[in-house]
Design a protein around this ligand. Structure first.
Ligand code: NAP
Ligand code: ZN
Ligand code: ZN
Length: 347
């Protein structure tokens, strides 16, 4: 077994604190990599606080993981010691269901293994995430990382990146489309970058007037403060797509009114409580309310390669491990600019 250092939550009411545990030995198809950086996703906070229910403790969060390979199993083909490597939200899946066969492991019908707050495919061994110094993952769930980009700023691509890239690709968002990005946080700022890269006209819909200059710097064409009725009225019926990254309860009816006929509102944000929706927000205008979850392994690699080619990374604030609680406090207030990344050298 491999002695591993981490930060963990012991219960939903405790703050993260140092914790040691054992990872499995490197199997024939496993890759072990030492974690250099790990992004901080709002999902980490939802799960530590058990806001979605069913959380497993102790919990070592973190699913935006990048580092350097230190050991590979005898049958590993894709990686060698010294390579850069990354792992996102998944560490395994059944590999046999229709979705897995089509590279849609995030929708595995037999239950995928999420990187933390989950179980391995034996359905009993708990998984522990990237707020730790090293990780062992089957090579099929390890991504290749370009050495051309700033590694710390690559980490958030493993969740915030793929979660926004995947639906924009699925709905073929691009030239001629008006895309609204609702919520400018970790996911939102990546949605802006991808929307712009794919050729769409991008508008940020935000509760924070103070983020306007940043939105423009990220490439957004327009900025709307959602609490300002005159500003939202001016974009009524305007958008082809809304990608909704908001982490807390919000008024879907208001945002659906900003869509054109046949427009789609795509949920990626996952607020803890159910939303209320009137059928008449969708019926006139034949609108769609949809959802999307991270991305499969092939598409995650495609996204990373796209980012390397187009020089796209996350805008990050690098933090020490001991400052994680302060980062969570700022995240709850919507004050993320635009992804916290933990420097694992400080663990
Ligand atoms: P984040 O960095 O905290 O960003 C969320 C943004 O939403 C905030 O910055 C804020 O932007 C806006 N917001 C927050 N509270 C709001 C409220 N009460 N009303 C309106 N807007 C509000 O979070 P994140 O890491 O991007 O994650 C966003 C959500 O996506 C979380 O629920 C997370 O669990 C979920 N998620 C889902 C997937 C998936 O596979 N679907 C993957 C990763 C994360 P403004 O200041 O601009 O308003
Ligand atoms: Zn995430
Ligand atoms: Zn499957």
């Amino acid at each position: 077994m491999i002695a591993t250092k981490a930060y963990a939550a012991q219960t939903k009411d405790s703050n993260l604190a140092p914790w040691n545990f054992q990872r499995r030995d490197v199997g024939p198809r496993d890759v072990q990599f030492d974690i250099l950086f790990c992004g901080v996703c709002h999902s980490d906070l939802h799960q530590i606080k058990d806001e979605w229910g069913g959380s497993i403790f102790p919990m070592v969060p973190g699913h935006e993981i990048v580092g350097r390979v230190v050991k590979v199993g005898a049958e590993v083909k894709k990686f060698k010691v010294g390579d850069l490597a990354g792992t996102g939200c998944l560490v395994d899946s059944c590999r046999t269901c229709d979705n897995c066969k089509h590279g849609l492991e995030q929708y595995c019908t037999n239950g995928h293994s999420q990187t933390y707050n989950g179980v391995e495919q034996d359905k009993k061994t708990p998984t522990y995430g990237g707020y730790s110094n090293t990780i062992v993952v089957h090579e099929d769930f390890v991504l290749s990382i370009s050495d051309k980009l700033d590694l710390a700023a690559v980490a958030p691509l493993l969740c915030a990146g793929i979660t926004t890239y995947s639906p924009l690709r699925h709905w073929k968002v691009g030239k001629g489309h008006k895309l609204a990005v609702l919520g400018l946080g970790g996911l939102g700022h990546m949605a802006v970058k991808f929307g712009v890269a794919f050729g769409a006209e991008v508008t940020v819909l935000s509760t924070s007037a103070s983020k306007e200059a940043d939105a423009k710097k990220l490439g957004a064409h327009k900025f709307v403060v959602t609490s300002d009725r005159a500003q939202t009225k001016a974009v009524a019926g305007y958008f082809d797509f809304i990608i909704d990254t908001v982490s807390a309860a919000h008024d879907l009816g208001l945002y659906l009114s900003l869509l054109k006929t046949d427009g789609a509102h795509i949920l990626v944000g996952a607020p803890p409580d159910p939303a209320q929706l009137h059928a008449f927000s969708l019926i006139p205008g034949r609108k769609t309310l949809a959802g999307s979850m991270i991305g499969g392994l092939p598409e995650t690699q495609e996204m990373l390669d796209f980012c390397a080619q187009h020089n796209i990374v996350s805008d990050i604030e690098l933090i020490d491990m001991k400052d994680i609680q302060k980062a969570f406090d700022r995240m709850v207030k919507g004050d993320v600019r635009y992804r916290f990344v933990i420097d694992m050298a400080t663990l």
